[in-house]
Structure formats: structure tokens, C-alpha cells
Design a protein around this ligand. Structure first.
Ligand code: BGC
Length: 250
């Protein structure tokens, strides 16, 4: 089944048609800059433009960088506060006249990695995926089942939100060395290892390409590997989610 998957991020909104059986993109990614301020109505208009570009009518999956509980946005760390309380599914469905199914962006990436990426060998056990970009997103799976909206990026480490110490944006803004950043990120892994005893950590986001530069500073016993699907994971996972939800809602 072909479904349009979208990944809404702090700097860009990206979409592609996805084959939900193979998990492969059927088209190139189409990207539009996230409108300044990322206000709800502006983002909705941009999502509409992307749907029009693909001339798509039918279910659309949308990964969104906040807590999304049953379609309702409940947090706004790196987006306009005006999102809080908005029903993302209703807002985007009205704007685009498509049936929109939305979820947290890291949960979307996790779904794709579990089904088509590194998680395939870990369908038994506990897997934690962390996506590192403007913020830090998280997804946790037990025996392949997602517990949504975990928000480990907002755990307090040394009195600060984990993502305010160790996101990729913070690394770049403060010109942190790989050693310094790797040691900071390691503190997140150590904390999660103590709390969840996972079988696998997966590191996603653009920085996963540079894995060998910082992984040597990780001290956790848990196997830790970079994600496989890179910048496609969010789009693929959103499409998978939309397929599943549209089938459930008949
Ligand atoms: C948000 C998460 C999101 C992550 C990555 C965090 O600031 O709270 O919901 O998954 O950024 O975009």
C-alpha cells in the first residue's frame, strides 16, 4: 500500500510516498522550510502544500516533534506554544482534506527502525531509540511494542533537561568536541540503562552518521548502535502508523 509519510521538524517539513510493505521510499523526499515560528496555521498550510505536491488523497502519516496523545499535542519544547492542546489530526485533516494520522516524531522513527532497520533482530526484548537533532526524541519498545511519548530528552541530568545539554543543536552552538559531547550523551545512556536494563540502544538523527567519533566515550554495557534508516526513518514510520491506524478505523 502506498501512503504519504511526513516528518515535521524544527527546520524542515519533509514528505515522501512510502511502500508500506517494503518500507522503501517510492519517491524522492520533498522538503519545505518550516515556517518561522512554526505556528499551527502556517505549518498546516505547508503540510497541505506537500500533500498537493504528491497529488495524494488517502491516509497520511505525520511525525511531529512533541507529545502527541491520540492526535492532541501536549507539549512544545521546540515549536510554538500555541500548539499545546491542538488536535493535530483534525487541524491537518481539515486543511488538507486527507485523513491524517499523527504521532511523535521519535516514535515514528522507532517504528520504522524496528520494522525495517536495526530492530528486526530485537523483536524480543527492550529497545530504546534516541533521535538527536534540535532536541532529543525517544522511543521504547518491549517485544516490538511501542510505549508512546516517552520524552527521555526531558529527563533531568545535572539539573538540566537532557536535550539542553546534549542535543546536536547544543553541540554545534557550543562547539563541543566529540569527547565532551560523547561524555554528556553517555550520562543519558547510563541513566536509561540503570532504569530500563535495555537489550539495545539505537542512536538516530543526522549525528548517527558520525557514530564512530563519539561512541568510544560511551561506558554502558548495553549494545549501542547507529540507526540504519537515517533521515528516512521518520517518514517511513509515520506512513506505517497511518496504515495501521486507517485499517483499525476501517
Ligand atoms: C520533544 C520530543 C521530540 C524531540 C525530537 C523534543 O524536544 O519534546 O517530543 O520527539 O524533541 O524532535
Amino acid at each position: 500500500m502506498e501512503i504519504l509519510g511526513l516528518d515535521i521538524g524544527g527546520s524542515g517539513i519533509k514528505g515522501a510516498m512510502v511502500d508500506t510493505v517494503s518500507g522503501k521510499l517510492l519517491t524522492d523526499r520533498y522538503r519545505i522550510d518550516t515556517p518561522d515560528g512554526a505556528e499551527p496555521s502556517d505549518v498546516a498550510r505547508t503540510v497541505h502544500q506537500i500533500c498537493q505536491y504528491f497529488q495524494h488523497s488517502g491516509p497520511v502519516g505525520v511525525g511531529f516533534p512533541a507529545i502527541v496523545q491520540h492526535g492532541i499535542v501536549l507539549s512544545a519544547a521546540n515549536i510554538s506554544k500555541n500548539w499545546i492542546g491542538q488536535n493535530l489530526n483534525v487541524l491537518l485533516s481539515q486543511e488538507t482534506e486527507n485523513h491524517i494520522f499523527s504521532l511523535n516524531d521519535a516514535d515514528a522513527a522507532g517504528i520504522a527502525e524496528m520494522k525495517f532497520g536495526v530492530g528486526q533482530e530485537y523483536l524480543k526484548g527492550v529497545v530504546i531509540l534516541l533521535t538527536i537533532g534540535t532536541g532529543i526524541g525517544s522511543a521504547i519498545f518491549t517485544d516490538g511494542v511501542l510505549v508512546p511519548n516517552t520524552e527521555f530528552g526531558h529527563m533531568k541530568i545535572r539539573g538540566k533537561d537532557a536535550e539542553d545539554r546534549a542535543s546536536d543543536a547544543v553541540r554545534q552552538e557550543n562547539d563541543l568536541s566529540w569527547k565532551k559531547w560523547g561524555e554528556r550523551f553517555n550520562e543519558i545512556l547510563v541513566t536509561l540503562e540503570a532504569l530500563f536494563s535495555p537489550d539495545l540502544f539505537v542512536i538516530g538523527g543526522g549525528i548517527s552518521k558520525k557514530f564512530e567519533k563519539y561512541a568510544k566515550y560511551f561506558t554502558v554495557q548495553t549494545k549501542t548502535i547507529p540507526a540504519l534508516l537515517l533521515n528516512q526513518a521518520g517518514i517511513i514510520g509515520a506512513a506505517m502508523f497511518a496504515k495501521e491506524q486507517s485499517e483499525l478505523s476501517g
